[in-house]
Design a protein around this ligand. Structure first.
Ligand SMILES: [Zn+2]
Ligand SMILES: [Zn+2]
Length: 287
């Protein structure tokens, strides 16, 4: 990144934002327009975060303050913005979750792994759009007219309101239900995932609810953790030993993972001690 680039962070952010708005205001049913709207608004957000950090100190836009060159990841930028010693901007955990989720969505969009519904990306856009308006005004000191036309603003605000209404409706539905667990949806990050229906009643994300093979508790399939990295033993029978001694499963739920890791670690240590004792025994016997 060149020096002049730094000075253009804000202007670049605003031009991405305007592009995003241009795609969004077509109000088309073509999902592609919404993909472009998301790509642009997330880019605008990333640049705006860097601009805010640059205003604190120019080196804060780099991943390592000592070694300028590589610019910060979005996650790193959010952490610095929230840090009381740096940005000191109160961004709530749920907001951070949404920001990072939108960023993941951008990666999925650019890597063609995209299988979200039209409604879902429209919602995502509305969320980040709403957040960015607030961020530009409150944290970069801009007047609304500096980054969006009034008419466009009002049109998209209506969209954002529609989204809020949809969410209210989904939450009312959740309240009206009797029985069945309600979880945080991994896609929209709202408390609207109905385990009985294996579907989120807000963003319509579908996912299997499975039992953890270790503790039997119910978990979302995507949240089970693969244990194959625990099998990185330097001798072949490692896996068999683990499976036999501690009943290691291929996947465990997030509740089980630390206990499982601990068991593997304990076993590994005792195995190591045993091996050392054997070595010593044979060394002494040989010598
Ligand atoms: Zn959802
Ligand atoms: Zn478990």
């Amino acid at each position: 990144m060149s020096k002049t680039h730094h000075l253009d962070l804000l202007n670049n952010s605003i031009s991405y934002f305007r592009e995003a708005v241009a795609y969004a205001q077509r109000e088309s049913d073509d999902t592609n327009y919404w993909k472009f709207a998301i790509l642009h608004v997330v880019q605008a957000m990333e640049l705006a975060f860097k601009e805010r950090l640059r205003r604190v100190h120019p080196t804060f836009i780099y991943e390592s303050v000592d070694r300028p060159g590589k610019t910060l990841s979005l996650k790193g930028a959010v952490e610095r913005l929230r840090n009381p010693q740096i940005g000191n901007i109160p961004i709530a955990d749920w907001e951070v979750a949404k920001i990072l989720k939108a960023f993941d969505l951008r990666s999925e969009l650019t890597h063609f792994e995209f299988n979200h519904s039209h409604d879902h990306i429209e919602l995502k856009f509305a969320e980040i759009f709403g957040f960015m308006i607030f961020f530009y005004r409150r944290h970069l000191g801009l007047e609304t007219a500096a980054f969006i036309e009034e008419e466009q603003h009002n049109r998209i605000i209506r969209l954002v309101r529609t989204r809020a209404e949809l969410l209210d409706r989904a939450k009312a539905y959740v309240k009206s239900l009797e029985g069945g667990d309600i979880w945080l949806c991994p896609t929209c990050q709202e408390g609207t995932f109905l385990t009985a229906e294996e579907q989120c009643c807000f963003c319509h994300h579908k996912e299997c609810v499975v039992e953890c093979p270790t503790c039997g508790a119910e978990s979302l399939e995507s949240q089970l953790i693969d244990t194959s990295d625990l099998l990185d033993w330097d001798y072949d029978e490692g896996r068999m030993v683990l499976v036999e001694e501690i009943g290691l499963e291929d996947h465990v739920c997030p509740e089980c993972i630390s206990e499982t890791r601990q068991k593997v670690e304990d076993l590994r240590r005792s195995q190591y001690d045993e091996d050392r004792a054997m070595e010593e025994y044979y060394a002494r016997k040989g010598g």
